[in-house]
Design a binder for this molecule. Structure first.
Ligand SMILES: *Cc1c(COP(=O)(O)O)cnc(C)c1O
Length: 386
């Protein structure tokens, strides 16, 4: 083995980001300030306007703020897919509410609207769709169920920049709140970070207050002309979820590159689709409606039984060839905290369980060269004896 290790994911950070971060450092203003304000404005504009965007230090923090702002409290139930990262469910617990786990669609691995309907009880208050891998959920069906039962919708859009659904950008679909992630391996990064997006001014106002210790900026602003600058009032036991300008400095330039990043990701996905088509693999779901854009955060494949190799052995064989792979996701119903806490059994989630057992996510990121992708394809073909 002469090639060096090809990691599963890498961020794509250029000189523009580096200069902007240095500028923040030299400016003397390193926490939330002008760069965060600019990043928020740029982000809202990127989505097409008509929404406000507030930057936070992670998508997990943003999801927590969103649920708090729509009034989720102890004893409430919030419907989440089992096929997601633990953040989606843990934030429900932060508020003393209970996540209710449901199965996913066998083609897209996105939350199944019929399963949502079946899980609704008198305690249900909200639904949290996750746009798996960057392909939009069936939002028309989800928003219809929500309207029918007066439920809030908080989209976990950690994978979904710049996803569109039937021509509309995720973040503008009319759900209550949408939350994006800028974690290191997402389609753009600020190291750690997230963005809370809503068209509802009350929700935005609440998130802004709770993002920074429950300090009432409005009260502060109202009295600022009459009172010295040291004065502020704390109106709630809030959180410490603001994004520092050092991170926003990266975000400003990552966002400017998101279209290019997306074109590269899409071209790579197309190449995998073409060059893996004849193998005993189920390739990722493609958009089905006109106006759907897949963000291609992930390229998840499933091994068919006739591949003659198990998922774990396949990942080991790839690692032996110096290629990192991952699994998305280990469903929440298999993690001890959720399995034991809510007595969850794999039989309740047959689609997610089967998907998990056969799923491998292969490398797809903009720092990969054509030669890197050739190497991944050759390794897969060799392992599958093609
Ligand atoms: C990455 C991820 C998150 C969490 O994002 P952070 O910014 O790391 O908090 C939440 N949900 C999903 C589906 C994710 O993949």
């Amino acid at each position: 083995m002469t090639d060096k290790f090809l990691p599963f994911a890498l961020p794509d950070i250029g000189e523009e980001e580096i200069h902007e971060v240095v500028d923040a450092l030299r400016s003397g203003w390193v926490t939330t300030g002008p760069k965060t304000k600019q990043f928020e404005a740029d982000f809202a504009e990127f989505l097409g306007g008509g929404v406000e965007a507030i930057a936070v230090n992670s998508a997990t923090a943003g999801l927590h703020l969103a649920l708090e702002a729509v009034g989720i409290k102890a004893g409430d139930e919030v419907i989440v897919p089992t096929y997601t990262f633990t953040s989606t469910a843990e934030v429900v617990r932060y508020l003393g509410a209970d996540p209710v786990f449901v199965d996913v669609d066998p083609v897209t691995f996105n939350i199944d609207p019929a399963a949502i309907r079946a899980a609704i009880t008198p305690k249900t208050r909200a639904i949290m769709p996750v746009h798996f891998a960057g392909l939009a959920c069936d939002m028309d069906a989800i928003l219809a169920v929500a309207r029918e039962h007066d439920l809030r919708v908080i989209e976990d859009a950690a994978h979904a920049l710049p996803t569109t659904y039937k021509g509309t950008t995720i973040g503008k679909l009319g759900s209550d709140v949408t939350v994006f992630s800028f974690y290191a391996n997402k389609t753009m990064t600020t190291g750690e970070g997230g963005m809370v997006v809503s068209a509802n001014p009350d929700i935005i106002k609440r998130c802004k207050v709770m993002r920074l210790h429950g300090i009432s900026r409005d009260a502060f602003d109202r009295y600022v002309s009459k009172t010295p600058a040291w004065f502020y009032e704390v109106i709630e036991p809030g959180f410490k979820y603001n994004m520092p300008d050092i991170a926003a400095a990266m975000g400003i330039h990552q966002l400017k590159k998101i279209r290019r990043f997306h074109e590269q990701r899409e071209a790579m996905a197309k190449r995998y689709d073409a060059e893996l088509a004849d193998l005993p693999l189920i390739l990722p779901a493609r958009p089905t409606h006109a106006g759907d854009l897949h963000a291609w955060h992930l390229y998840p494949v499933r091994l068919k039984p006739e591949a003659g190799i198990g998922r774990n052995e396949f990942i080991q064989a790839m690692a032996d060839k110096g290629i990192g792979c991952s699994v998305h996701f280990i469903p929440l119903h298999l993690h001890p905290v959720w399995r034991d806490g809510y007595q969850l059994k794999p039989e309740q989630f047959p689609v997610a369980q089967a998907a998990f057992e056969a799923e491998v996510t292969i490398p797809l990121y903009t720092k990969m060269s054509d030669a890197d992708q050739t190497r991944v394809i050759a390794a897969i073909r060799e392992i599958l004896g093609a």
